[in-house]
Write a protein that binds this ligand. Structure first.
Ligand code: HEC
Length: 196
């Protein structure tokens, strides 16, 4: 046997072939994996760390399954609405969406400057959170005052600054979001109480 093994190569001897461990005469060969395999192993190891942190480590980075699912639901809904609009249909917003859109417009269009950030009223404009109205409280009254304004009293017309749709949304926000919200420092009521 020994003689045959000697033919393997000049490097053959116990020191090179064995890594020193010996259990009951069974010797482990000194035969490490090639460097390229070690390199591939290191790369997959590094990749798995990156992958785990990226997809599971930060639940708020939007890459976890739940966020991805929610984003897809929103995208599908947008897509559905776009298709309805493309087909000439009208997308009906939910009440919450109308209120949210109105609340945004209330800030964006500068209503807060004269009616306060919570619609509580200030030195310039009346309180929009009580149910007292100078100019009437029907939806038509509200749309009219926002559309045409009342420049002589200091209320701007918004017909050139908002679409009719936006004006409608903002008046719905005034009626359903602001009225009854009872913010601190509300201005004293002006006008006539709205009776249902
Ligand atoms: C430059 C100041 C100013 C801005 C900006 C302004 N308003 Fe007014 N608004 C007033 C004043 C002043 C009145 C009271 C008019 C009156 O005496 O009849 C008023 C009245 C109103 C009324 C009727 C209140 C009532 O008691 O009849 C509504 C509703 C209203 N504003 C909504 C809005 C909305 C919505 C916006 C933003 C799109 C807005 N206003 C922006 C000054 C302003």
């Amino acid at each position: 046997m020994v003689e045959e093994n000697k033919n393997i190569g000049d490097n053959y001897d116990d020191e090179h072939m064995h890594n020193g461990s010996d259990s009951d005469g069974i010797k482990e060969l000194n035969n490490p994996a090639p460097n390229w395999i070690l390199l591939v192993f290191m790369l997959t190891y590094g990749f798995s760390l990156f992958y785990a942190i990226h997809y599971f480590g930060y639940p708020d980075n939007g890459n976890d399954q739940t966020s991805e699912y929610k984003a897809k639901i929103v995208a599908a809904e947008m897509d559905r609405r776009q298709k309805i609009q493309n087909a000439g249909g009208v997308v009906v917003l939910t009440k919450d969406e109308i209120l949210a859109a109105g609340a945004k417009l209330f800030v964006q269009k500068g209503c807060i400057a004269c009616h306060g950030t919570k619609g509580e009223g200030n030195n310039i404009g009346p309180n929009l959170t009580d149910n007292f109205w100078i100019n009437g409280c029907t939806p038509e009254n509200l749309i009219a005052i926002v559309t045409e304004g009342k420049p002589e009293k200091g209320m701007n017309p918004f017909k050139t600054m908002m679409t009719p749709e936006q004006i409608k949304n903002i008046t719905l926000y005034v009626k359903d979001g602001l009225v009854g919200s009872n913010p601190p420092n509300g201005k004293a009521p002006q006008g006539v109480e709205c009776k249902p």
